[in-house]
Design a protein around this ligand. Sequence first.
Ligand SMILES: [Ca+2]
Ligand SMILES: [Ca+2]
Ligand SMILES: [Ca+2]
Length: 243
Amino acid sequence: MLVNGVEVPATLVGNLLEFNAGTQRDGADSFVVVEVTRTHTENFTLLLPGGSDDDDVYGQNSTSPLVIFGGQGADQLRGGSGGDLIVADRGRVLWFTPGSVPPLIGLTDAVLTPAQVAALEAVAVAVSGHGGFGDKTDGVEGRLVGLVITLDPTVGGDDTVTSGIGSDTILGGAGGDDITTNRGETASVADGTNLVIADHGFIDYVLLDGAPRRPRPDLVDRPRLRRGRRCHHRPRRRRRRRR
Ligand SMILES: [Ca+2]
Ligand SMILES: [Ca+2]
Ligand SMILES: [Ca+2]
């Protein structure tokens, strides 16, 4: 509590705040600033590197586009039919306001540095993938994804990922992953166009031109794509990798 710019002690009695208000030099009423701090305690368990983190996600009945993070364990991730974005291990998804992304020096390199990722997160309108208590959406729908990136080439599990007939984006991360992107496709129901990175990399929808858009990316981490495939093209619908 500040009275005329000076911190003074105060006591809360019931719902009354008692303090010596005094006056200003000219006898006028004091200028009082009251700062109220509200504390909230919540207990949760932090995931430990190397600990078990094998998740099952059942999103197959969803027709809305989903964003799913598996984390470091060996996960069973089932997307829906709305065109999903699935990162099987650790990663980030960033959304941007068009025109808000600063140019990045060295963007043509195959890897974004942690400093570059941090700088992009600072200007992003929304970020997901940090995990834990604070990793939740703000409920705003319809934003266009600007960047999808895996974060750790060494930590990850052998994930099984399936997605439906939407146009899906899937990053397998570390480990030997089994990725199927056309669950439910039939002779009369075609699958969409999917983007798959089997290991570590990023998909940029915004950094080159500053305008987020889907499904065509600005730049794909081509050197790290398995077997030299280009993500602009339709990948094989079932991709299996062995260690
Ligand atoms: Ca995983
Ligand atoms: Ca699909
Ligand atoms: Ca993986």
